[in-house]
Design a protein around this ligand. Structure first.
Ligand code: GLU
Length: 481
């Protein structure tokens, strides 16, 4: 078999959709696994809806995911000559014909068909025109489109790699337009001409394109092209099993990037949307994905886009990062808050590097980092409900005051020293250590959950800790901050 060659062919009529990103990834994995080629084609034949900003977003998104393509990007809008040549060939073979019906006529006839209860399809009026009539109308300068002359009988069958045999009766298919009156090709036509011209061996795309495939197969056969293999991937579904849409949350890849999803987590997550690894292990590196990916292990049933799972996976990849690498990624989020400069000063960087491992454990996205790190940069503006009730318990004020006094005398404010001080105080007062640890946490962070108290105190340093403990004592006494 010739070298495997696949492509992703997005239309720049919207931001890069996660479904397109998933399709791109499957094509890329298949190419890399089989040492084949992965090409990028921009299907920009819809002149009204194609926008440079969408194209940029698509290209940036693919790069962000690390889905590098081979060769230059192919732009359909730059290949009109090729489409015209191939369309002309079809006309000469009698497999395509000009259609002069106007939009109004078509709509009128469509309404009549609907009224009769028939499926609205082009009635092939212009297919019946004589050669002389066609020439006369063209000479008159009447605008026309080119339509494919669909065989009226028989059927078309193909073997989909994911779904097995699929058949369509030709009588269900219409004489679809291949070239519009502005000289631009339609999707089905340009797609076939390009897939052939680019040497595509496997067309891997979303199942929403299944109904296009019989039309495209007819074009392949009419043009005398070799047929590629087809694999239609399952649609992405929301957690309620309906088609994934904005209703379920973000659908553009870039929104996940902005949310602080890491590209390696996104790649891992998208890979599992329809593909079932044989060892059932879900966490897989890029290299493992390439080594293990098999199109035959893609299942046709819907693939559920489960945001919770994505967040869980992202948390996993965040925990895998070296603190220094993660700290670098946090700089833009923290700079936005005004907590550090971008780039940070030496002192800011040192502090950031110390606190990073403490929030790393609990972060699921980069953007969650600011909430988790808030108390490292600001005194609590208030104590949350649980923290408040913890502070209001009998004897807490005295205890915290005593603790703050003892902490103040520490020469070295290390994890060990802070811990020793807390435990000693507890022992002297006949309390459990937790009876001091919990209110101390409430006083210093304003809430009851967070990283290890002794560690976070060591990072905050003596001055901040003592100040916050005294402030909490005030609060307990006068009931406000
Ligand atoms: N431009 C089409 C899309 O974005 C390409 C479909 C195909 O892969 O054939 O859906």
């Amino acid at each position: 078999m010739s070298e495997i060659c696949v492509r992703i062919a997005p239309s720049p009529t919207g931001y890069l959709h996660v479904g397109t990103a998933r399709t791109a990834l499957f094509n890329w994995l298949f190419a890399r696994k089989n040492k084949g080629k992965f090409l990028l084609r921009i299907e920009d034949t819809d002149r009204e809806r194609s926008k440079p900003e969408f194209e940029r977003d698509i290209i940036e998104g693919l790069k962000w995911l690390g889905l590098d393509w081979d060769g230059n990007i192919v732009y359909q809008s730059q290949r009109l000559d090729l489409y015209h040549r191939e369309a002309q060939r079809l006309v000469e073979m009698g497999k395509a014909y000009p259609c002069f019906c106007t939009q109004e006529e078509l709509e009128q006839r469509k309404r009549e068909m609907l009224a009769k209860g028939a499926a609205p399809k082009y009635d092939r009026k212009c297919r019946r025109l004589s050669i002389e009539e066609r020439e006369r109308l063209i000479k008159e300068g009447r605008p026309y489109v080119l339509r494919f002359a669909m065989p009226l009988e028989g059927e078309v069958v193909f073997n989909d790699i994911v779904r097995g045999k699929i058949r369509f009766a030709n009588r269900e298919l219409d004489d679809f337009v291949i070239l519009k009156s502005d000289g631009f090709p339609t999707y089905n036509f340009a797609c076939v001409v390009d897939d052939h011209d680019m040497g595509i061996t496997h067309v891997i795309r979303g199942e929403d394109h299944i109904s296009n495939t019989p039309r495209q197969l007819h074009l392949y056969m009419a043009l005398g092209y070799d047929l590629p293999q087809f694999a239609h991937l399952p649609l992405l579904l929301g957690s309620d099993r309906s088609k994934l849409s904005k209703r379920h949350g973000a659908v553009s890849l870039n929104e996940y990037r902005k949310m602080g999803i890491l590209p390696e987590a996104m790649v891992n997550f998208l890979a599992l949307l329809g593909w079932y690894p044989r060892d059932q292990q879900e966490i897989k590196s890029r290299e493992q994905l390439i080594a293990e990916f098999e199109l035959s292990d893609v299942k046709p049933s819907g693939a559920i886009f489960d945001l919770e799972k994505l967040l869980w996976m992202n948390g996993h990849y965040i925990r895998q990062k070296q603190p220094e690498e993660l700290a670098k990624m946090l700089v833009p989020c923290f700079a936005q808050k005004g907590w550090v400069h971008d780039p940070p000063t030496e002192e800011e960087w040192h502090y950031l590097l110390q606190l990073t491992p403490l929030i790393q454990e609990r972060m699921r996205t980069l953007s969650e980092s600011t909430d988790l790190a808030d108390f490292f940069y600001r005194e609590p503006e208030s104590y949350d409900e649980k923290a408040q009730s913890r502070l209001m318990r009998e004897g807490v004020a005295d205890c915290l005051l005593e603790l703050s006094n003892r902490l103040e005398t520490l020469e070295e404010f290390t994890v060990e020293q802070v811990e020793k001080t807390v435990r000693q105080l507890a022992a002297e007062k006949g309390l459990k250590a937790s009876e001091i640890i919990h209110p101390t946490r409430a006083a210093i962070t304003g809430r009851m959950e967070g990283p290890s108290l002794f560690h976070l105190m060591a990072v905050l340093g003596k001055e901040r800790c003592v100040g916050r403990l005294k402030r909490a004592v005030q609060f307990i006494k006068i009931g406000r901050l």
